[in-house]
Design a protein around this ligand. Structure first.
Ligand code: PBG
Length: 328
């Protein structure tokens, strides 16, 4: 055994392990998704996301104050509007007095330091539940891109720091950048859902917002889970078009893509730890089959190891609590 290389030497105790740890989880990197609903004093737990709530604007403001107080720096907003406001073009999504726009204004005035990111997509507003305009049974690209640029502009007017298009239409980053710049919003950033797969892990999210597609699926715009080179292409295109941050989604099953994109990206890479991943951890923990806190911590750390600069996760509040009691 003379001269044997002994990697275990660096694992002898916690201090030594801390000293040589290659990655660390930080609250600075976490993005908290929030679901906003109409009304006042409203709060509903999402059945397939135990412990996660959709809340009306007034309660959302209180929540954002709490989150900022806990050390979380960013929220990603989704809204649910009533059926009667939905149409094929998502007209309501551009309404300056719409729920998203009101929420952004209210958060930026209550907690100006919170980085407010907005979901730019048609599906919560689409009578078809699709991320684009439907013509003859098809989700059409270019007319959708025009609408997305207007939606993004209305979010910028309301005070959004970053708009986050989650639709996967071609060319929307360039169109949004151009539209924002045309009205002087040079400092409004774009976080693009660049590498977004047609995934079954979004199920609980679609329950939450009642945004399931009314016909077919999203496979003509979201990516085939079989593909990786195509994901690199998508990320590079979005960077070229002006994305400030590129995202990979879902999370853990696609960490290979986080790494691949990180290797070629000159902008920060984010990863979305999605609703179905949250639901799986909650379900197994409820049965007592896993140690919930340990699994949360290990999962979030794995995103960092894969190269994610930012992580959108429904576990951000848990992370705050767990990190307080744990040394990483
Ligand atoms: C839709 C959108 C989805 C999610 C974020 N934006 C669902 C979809 O594409 O159908 C999923 C997030 C999650 O599952 O946590 N624009």
């Amino acid at each position: 055994m003379n001269g044997l290389k002994r990697p275990r030497r660096l694992r002898v105790n916690q201090s030594m392990r801390d000293l040589v740890a290659e990655n660390r989880l930080s609250l600075n990197d976490l993005i908290t998704p929030l679901f906003v609903i109409e009304g006042k004093g409203q709060e509903h737990e999402i059945p397939s996301m135990p412990g996660y709530f959709k809340q009306s604007l007034d309660l959302t403001i209180e929540e954002v104050k709490k989150l900022y107080g806990m050390g979380l720096k960013s929220v990603l907003l989704f809204v649910q509007v009533r059926e009667s406001l939905k149409d094929n073009k998502g007209e309501e999504a551009m309404n300056a007095e719409g729920l998203m726009q009101q929420t952004v204004r209210a958060i930026k005035s209550a907690v100006p330091q919170m980085v407010v990111m907005t979901d730019v997509a048609l599906d919560p507003y689409s009578s078809w539940g699709h991320d684009g305009i439907v013509q003859d049974g098809e989700v059409v690209n270019d007319p959708t891109v025009e609408v997305l640029a207007e939606i993004a502009l209305s979010h910028a007017h309301a005070g959004a720091d970053i708009v986050a298009p989650s639709d996967m239409m071609d060319g929307r980053i360039a169109a949004i950048r151009k539209r924002l710049d045309s009205e002087g919003f040079h400092n409004t950033g774009i976080m693009s859902y660049s590498v977004k797969y047609a995934s079954s892990f979004y199920g609980p999210f679609r329950d939450a917002l009642d945004s399931k597609p009314g016909f077919g699926d999203k496979k003509t715009y979201q990516m085939n889970p079989a593909n990786s080179i195509e994901g690199v292409k998508e990320a590079l295109l979005d960077i070229e078009e002006g994305a400030d941050i590129v995202m990979v989604k879902p999370g853990l099953p696609y960490l290979d893509m986080v790494l691949r994109v990180k290797e070629v990206s000159e902008v920060p890479v984010s990863a979305y730890h999605v609703s179905g991943e949250y639901a799986m951890v909650k379900a197994a923990a409820e049965k007592g089959w896993i140690d919930e806190d340990a699994v949360i911590l290990e999962s979030l750390l794995s995103f960092k190891r894969a190269g994610a600069d930012l992580i959108a996760t429904y576990f951000s509040r848990d992370a705050v609590r767990i990190l307080k009691n744990t040394e990483l």
